[in-house]
Design a protein around this ligand. Structure first.
Ligand code: GTP
Ligand code: SPV
Ligand code: MN
Length: 592
């Protein structure tokens, strides 16, 4: 085998384009030193030790949570900031009413002012990364420049980071997404997350948290990539990817888009209930999917990430043993509480009690939850007991079904199937969900979140829906499209559906639909399972509850349709006419 051409080169020598850009950024930001990340374990260990010495990272109980650390972010910096996130295309119309917009020149000027001298006395880290398997034709690279060691450690877990990524950039002709990040003063008044999809560039200032700061994730793999995907004929989506092996040994892959904190990580590593023996679950990804039409007319998916940045609260052995086991070693915890003996603690953790809250204060229930509701774990995907080797396959996995859903107390049934791809695009475009703690702002308010991409589509939603319709026409064997809702509640606020592992029953129905082996009832909203179509062996669910979960009151649906029509119209003239035809068809069926 030929040896890699750059093995002996020092990191700054590998790509002239990267080195030139680093020099420009250093001239602007004036760091005390520059560190090029090679992505080695020794580098991560040294960085962890340095952050511990500075008090930025705190080791957790080494007996029960070996090699785990606690990081506390600034209390004003605990989630994505959608109102401070901009898509800066040349024309405002291209960003669309779904995005905040600023003209590129004005945005660059504003950010230049903030970045000027911002790294004085600090280290500038150069973080080369690859989104997707290093040998995948679908993978794309970027370089994040950051002054946060915590960001470096997270990028090391979440992406293929270091020398190999830099080598791929060099062999790709020096093309990469430029992401410049500084935590700045953490002043919410001086915090902006800017995207320049036409320039493949990102500028983020004033936050050190999650999607605002780990630029490979939402900024690159969704906002920039969705824009690129449209021009190149693929899709970059906020979706988990999971493989389901049935008791007969057949494996099918599905991808599912739910808004933030609505169950993607949990579904991606679902544990089959004991009453459904013989099923096996294989996780490919838990948050982002890049989807390409394959030569066989099917849709193929890769997970561009290599780790999970997951919601901690609610995780326990009963709801998700895989997740619980996965985060019991070699994990970074952000904004969780602590027990008296140095274990991480969060709401929903069954054992122990909190002693110190997420802000480092003695725990007092009067101050609210002990762990922040958007507290997160970061772990390598390889720690997931259900991680699939297919996640490393350069061509990805073929997708049999696409699933959309949201968190809705009322109305949306447990599951239904779209009648066609075009109907499915309307279903996806109409997704509504209650807001969660994953973004700052009010929690629990129902808003439209098409394809779970409201905060992440890097261009006009009208163009995005048109692109989805066009993709369907290119797929001879397009996946079937479904909608789910695990979160219907009764009048007392109790979830009607047990969720978690039991969601496999719903996935089973979908796969049987794909195979043509199970029936459905043709309702106005779409195809719904009849009670006999769902396997409820051992579930003990009341038939009246199941009936409620699989019906939609016509009056409520009628109101919902009117609401969707207004929403689509408000998005402007680029909304495809086909979506209105699909709405007309549902109204016709409803006899409205
Ligand atoms: P992001 O990382 O923000 O994109 O979130 P996510 O979509 O991966 O959500 P996640 O799986 O982390 O779940 C968020 C919250 O919903 C957690 O508190 C879970 O315990 C809870 N949850 C997940 N699945 C279910 C379910 O089937 N039923 C119920 N009732 N709650 C669930
Ligand atoms: C989300 O909010 O959808 C997340 C967490 O996955 S963050 O990386 O902060 O965007
Ligand atoms: Mn997400």
């Amino acid at each position: 085998m030929a040896s890699a051409p750059h093995t002996l080169a020092s990191l700054p020598e590998i790509s002239r384009n990267v080195a030139t850009w680093v020099a420009e950024v250093a001239a602007l930001t004036r760091p005390e030193r520059i560190h090029w990340c090679d992505g080695s374990e020794a580098e991560a260990a040294a960085l962890r030790a340095a952050l511990v010495a500075r008090g930025e990272l705190q080791p957790l109980n080494p007996d029960t949570f070996p090699r785990c650390y606690l990081y506390r972010s600034d209390p004003t910096d605990v989630a994505r900031v959608e109102h401070l996130t901009f898509v800066c295309t040349r024309t405002q119309e291209d960003a669309g009413p779904n995005n905040n917009w600023m003209a590129p020149a004005a945005a660059h000027e504003k950010m230049r002012g903030l970045f000027s001298g911002c790294m004085r006395g600090r280290t500038l880290y150069v973080v080369p990364y690859c989104m997707g398997p290093l040998d995948s034709p679908y993978a794309r690279c970027g370089v994040e420049i950051t002054d946060s060691g915590y960001v470096v450690l997270n990028m090391g877990l979440m992406t293929r980071m270091g020398r190999a990524a830099l080598e791929r950039i060099a062999t790709d002709g020096g093309r990469f997404v430029r992401g410049l990040h500084s935590t700045g003063e953490l002043d919410p008044e001086r915090r902006f997350i800017m995207h320049y999809p036409e320039e493949l560039a990102i500028e983020s200032y004033g936050s050190g948290y999650g999607g605002n700061a780990l630029l490979g994730k939402k900024c690159h793999a969704l906002r920039i990539a969705s824009y690129q995907a449209r021009t190149e004929g693929w899709l970059a989506e906020h979706m988990l990817i999971v493989g389901l092996q049935n008791p007969a040994g057949e494996t099918h892959y599905v991808a599912a888009a739910f808004p933030s904190a609505c169950g993607k990580t949990n579904l991606a590593m679902l544990i089959p209930p004991e009453s459904l023996p013989g099923w096996k679950i294989y996780t490919i990804g838990d948050d982002i999917a890049w989807l390409q039409p394959g030569p066989d007319g099917r849709l193929w998916a890769i997970n561009p990430e290599s780790g999970y940045f997951g919601v901690v609260p609610g995780t326990n052995r009963a709801t998700n043993r895989n997740a619980f086991d996965m985060i019991s070693h070699d994990a970074i915890f952000t904004n969780v509480a602590l027990t008296a003996d140095g274990e991480p603690w969060w709401e929903g953790r069954k054992k122990h009690v909190p002693a110190i809250d997420w802000q480092g204060r003695p725990y007092d229930p009067a101050n609210g939850p002990a762990a922040h509701p958007n507290s997160r774990f970061t772990v390598s995907a390889r720690q997931n007991p259900s991680y699939s080797p297919a996640a490393e396959d350069p061509h990805g996995v073929p997708i049999s079904a696409l699933i959309f859903g949201g968190r809705r107390r009322e109305l949306a049934p447990l599951v239904y199937e779209a009648r066609s791809w075009q109907h499915g695009v309307l279903v996806a475009a109409s997704v509504a969900s209650e807001t969660t703690a994953a973004a700052t702002g009010q929690v629990g308010v129902v808003r439209r979140d098409p394809m779970a991409m409201k905060p992440f589509a890097g261009y006009n939603f009208g163009d995005y829906f048109a692109h989805w319709l066009a993709m369907g026409q290119r797929l001879a064997r397009a996946p079937r499209i479904f909608h789910v809702n695990w979160f219907r509640q009764d009048a007392a606020g109790k979830f009607l559906w047990p969720g978690y592992g039991e969601n496999l029953r719903v996935l089973h129905w979908m796969l049987e639909r794909c195979a043509g082996r199970v029936g459905a009832r043709d309702g106005a909203i779409g195809l719904l399972p009849r009670p006999e179509d769902l396997d409820t062996t051992g579930l003990g669910i009341d038939p009246s509850v199941l009936a409620e979960l699989t019906t939609v009151p016509p009056a409520a649906l009628k109101k919902e349709l009117a609401d969707i029509r207004t929403y689509l119209a408000d998005l402007g003239a680029r909304t495809p006419a086909a979506l209105y035809s699909e709405l007309d068809e549902i109204e016709r069926r409803l006899g409205a």
